[in-house]
Design a protein around this ligand. Sequence first.
Ligand code: ADP
Ligand code: MG
Length: 237
Amino acid sequence: LEQDALSRKKYNIHISGNNIPTPLQNFAELSSRYGCEPYLIRNLAKMGFKEPTPIQRQAIPVLLSGQECFACAPTGSGKTLAFVCPMLMKLKHASNDGIRAVIICPTRELAAQTSRESKKLAKGKKLCIKLMTRQLLRSADLSKLPCDILISTPLRLRLSVRKKKLDLSKVEYLVLDESDKLFEEGLLKQIDSVVKACSNPSIIRSMFSATLPDFVEELARTIMHDAVRIIVGRKNT
Ligand code: ADP
Ligand code: MG
């Protein structure tokens, strides 16, 4: 435990919550501690990632432990991998049981970028990762969409839940990326309806952002219960 505190101090990780797991020391621990499949370790190496960033060190073990979290770490500090990596490890295999994970990003560009990064990380594994595009939104019936991970903006997701009967009731992992932006710009209503549509009682939600204004933290606490709070560096820089 003292070791954990030293490690958090070294990487400027601040936490609050209960039973927070030990930070990751390196990517090899994904295998030794969590039985991660070789494809993911291989992809991390191929992508040139030698060691986890501070947010990855703490957020990955928290999400793998099944706890909800909201996390704040600077732009460019590797937040995408911090939520995609545990998602890939938890979902394990493709399934035809409907959408099991959803990532919401505030803009189409960010959604496309997140989709590309997720696909790179999942390479060699038969998991179906889909970006909610305009074409997909136009297609007749989304209820039988083969998809393990769906990445979308809030607007497109809400439209497809409403009009195309996209079923989110099986979603096991919901990520709100850049949550500070999602909660601004009048997106709040759309987020709210998507969060409600993800009605699986054992869902694990998480929120990631570069800043954590008080109103975002308050919303995080209304959406999640007993969530772990992870801050890398300082809350508003
Ligand atoms: P953020 O969402 O925090 O702004 P990103 O997830 O977009 O940051 O990552 C920023 C860049 O860092 C990306 O190019 C990503 O591929 C790269 N990256 C992610 N994790 C690592 C790592 N462990 N080591 C080196 N580079 C990384
Ligand atoms: Mg990001």
